[in-house]
Every structure is written in C-alpha cells, then in structure tokens.
Design a protein around this ligand. Structure first.
Ligand code: ADP
Ligand code: MG
Length: 327
C-alpha cells in the first residue's frame, strides 16, 4: 500500500446554463513516502483540479468529485471540512500555483514561517526565528533577517513564491503537492528550489507530487511520471523509461518541446501543433486525435484503453510510437 493511492478520481463541473466540464476523468496514481511522482501536461489538462480535489479545496457547489484517494488509511474525499483542515498543513501541504492568494497579507512573512515551525515542529521563539531565516536563505531570499519583518505586498511575485515554498518545507509534511512551483521563477532560482524539494524528500521521507507543464523540470528528480491529457492519464512510466522510450505521441510532443542545452542555438523547438482546445470528447475516441500525426481510423469511435506493459509502463494509444523511434 502506498502512502497515497488515488483511484479513478474524477471531477465534473456542472453549472446551470453552462457546458458540463469533465476536468478530471478517471485518474489513478500512487505516491509512496520518499517518492517523487509527476503529473505533467499542458495548461487545462486537469493538474490543478486534481490537486485541489485531493486537498478538499474545490468549490463545494458545482464541482462533483468521484473515485477515491486513500492517504495512509484515510479516505480524503470523504472527510468533512474540519478533519481535512487538520490534515492540511500537518500531514499534507500544497504549494499553489498562485502564491498571492495563499499568504496572509496582514502578517509579516517571518511570523508566517515561524508560526509553522512552532506549531508543527514544536520549536520555541528564538530557535524558530533562526530556522525561519535559514529556510528563507535556502529558497534564495537574500537578506532573510530583514525579509522576515516584511509583509507579503513588499515582496515581488517570485519572492512570495519562494516564501510559500519555505513555509511548505517548514511543515515537513508527509505529502507535499507542488503545483507548478517554479513556473514564475528564473532558471537559477528554479534549480535551487528543485534542489531544496529533493532534499526535503530525501531528509524527511516526504512523498512529493510535482505538477508541471514542462517535462524538463521533472527530468532530474522524478521517480514516476504521469502524462495527462484532457483530464486523463495518457502515459505513465518510470522516469528513465518515459524519456528513453515514450510511446504516446503526446508525450513525444512534450519531449520535443523541452528546450535542450545540447542542441545548437539555431535549432528550433517543435511545439505540438494545434491547441488543447482542439479536443475530441473521450467518449468519441482519443482526445488527442485532432492534433495527432499518428492518428488512424481506430483512434476515433471508442476511447482508447490504457495498455499496460510488463515493466509497469502504460499508455493510452492505439497506434503508439515504436520504441526505437526516439523523440
Ligand atoms: N471552477 C471551475 N469551473 C469550471 N471549470 C473549471 C473550474 N476550474 C477548472 N476548470 C476547468 O477544468 C479544466 C482543468 O483545469 P486545471 O486543472 O486548472 O488545468 P491545469 O492542468 O492547467 O492546472 C480546464 O478545462 C478548466 O477550464
Ligand atoms: Mg494549473
């Protein structure tokens, strides 16, 4: 049994007078203590909705959640608000894509970090302040002692994001969900943050769910990668195998759009053609078919099933990329 087992998770948004949206459509994955699992896909594929569902943070009206999410024996999707609040912050923490909304605007950054250390790690005033400064330093916030006294509005967007990461790390949660934690940051800071998250996993045996639209971000740190398209997992494999032998044309497309240091500057990246809006409903075939060069007759009509292989690598495609034809 993994620390978190997500089975057949679905989230449907229904609003009167609006189109029903199957934002998450039968997603399954699991994460163990000390393991890093990635959810990767372009904008709109259901990454944030998946994490909000797990955290019990979806709007209560209009969002219908199905499936199960078992966290160390507790069914997260069945918890009432109060029990969920107890688990949040203590056992399960999340770094949000939008940092402004998750810091308290009227409390100095330092108190917000120190508070977590006092509450969750039983530290006392002085030790907690010292550790808070140390954490800000580790997420790349210069002059941490001065910054501790500042309010969120006095920090730039990038600094706020780093402060939030410091708070999440301070909790030493058993499970951390990081939703595009480095998207707004420059590459140097990004590398520093990824390093810090790796350290957290190693030192605290934290289970980490890394959410990103950029396969390059997870190339150096994930154990397992799940590629999402239109609310479903379309390919799932251990990192090495996914990079070495991607089978789903969408994964190959994502790999081709990673900026590479080993390719000359003149060389163009190849973005996947079309946009995520060109989807087919899964009930009518492969949602990626309208953008896919490998589309065949069998891609349309029925939803493609997930094909398992003996190595734990699976993909949802009726005309997969041959193994030798690398991206
Ligand atoms: N509150 C909401 N009401 C209706 N649709 C939503 C809501 N939140 C997200 N969606 C839709 O769900 C889909 C997945 O969104 P999201 O999980 O935010 O994507 P991403 O992978 O970029 O994080 C999108 O089509 C989005 O428009
Ligand atoms: Mg998102």
């Amino acid at each position: 049994m993994a620390l978190l087992d997500v089975e057949d998770l679905s989230v449907t948004f229904r609003r009167r007078g609006q189109r029903t949206v199957h934002a998450v459509d039968g997603v399954s994955f699991s994460v163990d203590a000390g393991e890093v699992v990635a959810l990767v896909g372009e904008s709109g594929c259901g990454k944030s909705v998946t994490s909000l569902a797990l955290m019990g943070l979806l709007p209560r009206r209009g969002a219908q959640v199905g499936g199960s999410a078992n966290f160390d024996g507790t069914e997260l999707l069945a918890l009432d608000q109060r029990s969920m609040r107890d688990i949040r912050g203590k056992d399960v923490a999340m770094i949000f894509q939008d940092p402004l909304s998750s810091l308290n605007p009227v409390i100095p950054i330092g108190i917000q970090v120190t508070e977590v250390l006092v509450r969750h790690r039983g530290m006392s005033g002085d030790a907690a302040r010292k550790e808070a400064a140390n954490l800000l330093d580790r997420v790349g916030i210069p002059d941490p002692r001065r910054r501790l006294k500042e309010y969120p509005h006095q920090l730039s967007g990038g600094m706020r994001q780093r402060a939030l990461i410091a708070i999440a790390v301070a909790c030493q949660p058993r499970l951390l969900i990081a939703d595009e934690p480095t998207t707004a940051l420059d590459v140097t800071i990004q590398a520093q943050i990824l390093e810090l998250l790796k350290e957290l996993v190693r030192d605290s045996n934290t289970a980490l769910i890394m959410i990103t639209h950029d396969l390059g971000v997870v190339a150096g740190m994930c154990d397992m990668i799940n590629v999402l398209y239109a609310g479903r997992v379309v390919e799932s494999a251990r990192r090495k195998e996914l990079f070495a032998a991607p089978r789903h044309p969408y994964t190959v497309g994502l790999l081709r759009s990673i900026p590479r240091l080993d390719v000359g500057r003149g060389e163009k990246l190849t973005p996947i053609r079309g946009s995520v809006r060109d989807v087919l409903p899964w009930s009518e075939g492969c949602a990626f078919a309208p953008r896919c060069d490998r589309r065949i007759d069998a891609s349309i009509g029925e939803p493609p099933p997930m094909v398992p292989t003996h190595t734990g690598h699976s993909y949802r495609c009726v005309n997969p990329v041959p193994v030798e034809e690398k991206a």
